[in-house]
Each structure stands twice: as C-alpha cells, then as structure tokens.
Design a protein around this ligand. Structure first.
Ligand SMILES: [Zn+2]
Length: 448
C-alpha cells in the first residue's frame, strides 16, 4: 500500500515556475497542491529542498532479457530511481531482439515483476521485420526504433536504408525513433584508420571515425524522407552542433513531426576526455568536440532539442577495456543524469525550470504518456526531491548499476537526490530502498 503523504514547505519546480508550498498525495495520485495541514498523512519536511516531477528517461538499455550479465530490469531500474528517474523507455536490442509483439509483451511481463520504476518499451524495426510491423495497428505502439539493432547485424540501421525508411515512414503511425549515423561513411573511416593503426586505433579518433559527416548526412536524409511522408520522426541522441540546425523551434513540441534529444554524456564530455577515460567513454554516436558540446546545450536551451535522455547502456568493465575495435560502445549513466543537469544549473548554464521541462514535461508530451511528467492534481505521484547543497562523489561503493563502474567515478556533484516516489510509493529514501511495490506500465493517449 502506498501511504498518504504530505510534503511540507517545498519548492515545487513545475510548468516553468517554482512555487514554495505543500503537496499532498494519496493512493498513488497527487491530491492537492497548496497549503495543507492534513493530520492523517505521513509528513516529509521539504524545507530548503526542491521537488521535481519524476524524471522520464526516453532512452535506456536495461539489457533484460538476454544480456543480464551487464544489467537487468531490477538493478538498472534501482539505479534509475536513486537518480530521481521514475519512468523509462527501453530499447529493442535485448536478446532476442524485440522484433515481434510476443517478445515485446514478454518484456512488459518481466518488467512488471522486476522494475522499481515505471516502464515502456520500443518495438524494434529493421528491414527484416518491416512488413510484420506494418501489419500491426502501429497507432497503438509507444514507438518503434532501430536503436542498437545494428550490433546484431550489419545493415540494420534505417539511416542506411532509404527504401526501408520510405516504406516505414509512409505507413507507420507511431513515433519512429532512429539511431542516425551513416554506417557506410563510418566503415570507410574505419578502413582508413585500420590501415594506419591496425586493430588498436587510439580512441581519440572515434569522433573522426563515427564522424560529424556520418551523423549529419543520415539525419538530413531521414528528416527529408519524414517530411515527405509527414511521418513522426524522432532522432535519438544528437551529437553534433551541425545537426542542431536541422531542427525547428518556431512551433511548440505538440505540433512537431520531427523531434530530437540529447543524451547527458554528450553535454558533459568532449573529445578532450578521451585521453583520460579512453574507451570508457566510447559511445555510438561518439562524444565529439567542445564546440559540439556547447552547440548541443545551446540547442537544448532554445528548444531545437526537445528532451534529455541517457542512452544508459551498461557493459562490464572487461567488455569496455579492450582495443578500439573490440571495446563495447555505451556506458551506465542513468543514476547520474539529474545530477549532471543540476551541475549545469550550479554553473549558471540552465534553469531548474528548463531542466524540469526537458527531463520531465517534454518526454511525457513527446511520447504522449498519460498523467505523468508534471506535478498536477490527479496526476501520478511520481516525484523526486533534491537537495541542491549536498556534495558527494561518485565512487564504486555508491554505483548501483550491475556492472559496478561509471565513467563519472571521482566526479563530485553538488546536488543529491534524497527521495524518489514512484506512483506515490517512497522507493528511495536517502540511500534506503523500499522494493515492496513495483513500477507500472506507461500508458499513452493511444493505448489507454
Ligand atoms: Zn541507445
């Protein structure tokens, strides 16, 4: 059972403003925002703290089923909740790849048993299952994506297959979220560097191999095809300043057919960090230059970029610490995404209201998630309390991802998540977990 709870005297960050007041919730839903003295409720003193709607992370790889030596829906959702994330959308490159409705439903079943946060899943799409996908009522899906499927089979990237994109974009009614790089350009670059360095290419060349050109050309072409068919295209994890100019900010998110996101690590790291961190920060698409990093933040602030995600992708340290071509791409980061964004706030680069917009409100709008993403009466009590003056340092002993390491180890954050409520249930309380109640399936305006 969730407990009736009154958070007293807290700064509520919501809907473009910050209001100091009280908040009451019961039976999983927000009951009342405003001065309150309910005597039957558990009281949490919010003095000096800030309350955000729970973070909705639109792109994670929780590895379950099939890759659970890296992470699973229990361990990674636990890391998420400790970082203030109350809902996530997971990618289709688990094993078996999520290429059928049965496999998709199986993931929902596993999550209902294991996940501490609310969950949604993409249906995978590639050239092989395209006809099957188009037989479905795609308007009922949360979204389809090709992300990560290229690890299973070369040629799986939609960005490399204009004919598949044409057909998909012409007929698919759900959001189509794509990993936007031209593999052909990447392969040509790989060949060049292989000739020069053999198998052990210095990782600093990663952003020149998975180059700006590979990203830009893929994104440009995908947008052109989507516009032609009025498809609902979402470009995942944007990494270059150049691409930001392909997106608009002259209409509200609700009216956009083409949307995009930035993942926190592309705002946090730049190519200067390869020397220090090596393949630990090998991501696809790659961490690029300082100029790209700044351009991405600028586009986030002026609304050409709509949401912030993590692309949380745990691998074992062993899988990461290999020569360039063998080292896995991706890293765990879901536990620290809010801390990263709040660090930018501390540096005067972004407001708290904008963080709530990009991490909470907009993901709910973009994926049409019902009754979440905002602090509103009648909405689910997905809530995160943060202390903006509580420095702590990321270290092995406080990393919750199953893989047990982070590219952020040694980083001191000025802010700390103290409480996370999922559907009104206090899952995370100052380092302690109550795992008695699991998260729920995200519902959308489409699937009710
Ligand atoms: Zn991804």
């Amino acid at each position: 059972m969730t407990e009736k709870t009154l958070i007293k005297n807290i700064n509520i960050v919501n809907g473009g403003q910050i209001i100091l007041t009280d908040l009451l919730f019961d039976k999983g839903l927000i009951q009342k925002i405003g001065p309150n003295n309910d005597t039957n409720a558990r009281v949490i003193d919010g003095t000096g703290k800030y309350l955000f709607p729970g973070i909705i992370d639109g792109q994670v790889h929780f590895r379950d089923p099939g890759l659970t030596h890296k992470g699973d829906l229990y361990t990674e959702s636990k890391a998420a909740v400790a970082g203030g994330v109350t809902s996530f959308i997971d990618m289709p490159n688990t094993f078996p790849n999520v290429l059928t409705i049965n496999i998709l439903n199986e993931k929902y079943k596993i999550a209902a048993e294991k996940s501490l946060a609310n969950f949604g899943f993409f249906l995978g799409v590639n050239g092989d299952n395209l006809d099957e996908v188009l037989k479905l009522d795609t308007s009922k899906l949360l979204g389809v994506s090709d992300d990560g499927l290229y690890f299973t089979k070369k040629g799986n990237l939609l960005a490399d297959n204009p004919e598949t994109m044409e057909k998909l974009f012409a007929h698919c009614k759900s959001i189509i979220a794509i990993h936007s790089e031209k593999e052909q350009i990447v392969e040509e670059n790989e060949q060049l560097y292989r000739e020069k360095y053999g198998e052990d290419v210095p990782v600093e060349f990663h952003p020149l191999i998975r180059s700006e050109k590979a990203c830009y050309e893929a994104t440009k072409r995908a947008i052109d095809i989507a516009n032609k068919h009025k498809a609902r295209l979402h470009i995942l994890h944007l990494t270059t300043e150049a691409e930001t100019h392909l997106f608009r900010n002259d209409i509200p998110l609700q009216q956009k057919n083409i949307t995009t996101e930035v993942s926190v690590h592309h705002l946090w790291f730049s190519d200067k960090d390869y020397q220090r961190l090596g393949t630990l920060i090998k991501w696809n698409p790659a961490i690029k230059t300082e100029k790209d990093k700044k351009g991405l933040l600028k586009a986030l602030l002026d609304d050409r970029i709509d949401i912030v995600t993590t692309d949380h992708a745990p691998h074992t340290l062993d899988e990461k610490q290999k020569p360039y071509f063998q080292a896995m791409s991706g890293a765990p980061i879901v536990q620290h995404s809010l801390n990263i964004m709040l660090e930018f706030y501390k540096q005067g680069l972004i407001s708290l209201e904008k963080i709530a917009e990009k991490m909470c409100h907009n993901p709910a709008i973009l994926y049409q998630i019902e009754k979440r993403g905002f602090i509103r009466e009648g909405y689910f009590a997905d809530l995160t309390i943060v202390d903006l003056n509580a420095p702590w340092t990321v270290a092995k002993n406080n990393i919750l991802s199953k893989c047990g390491w982070s590219p952020l180890e040694g980083t001191t954050f000025q802010t700390k998540v103290t409480h996370t409520f999922v559907n009104g249930h206090l899952v995370y309380d100052n380092g302690q977990f109550d795992e008695t109640i699991k998260g729920q399936e995200l519902t959308t305006q489409n699937n009710g």
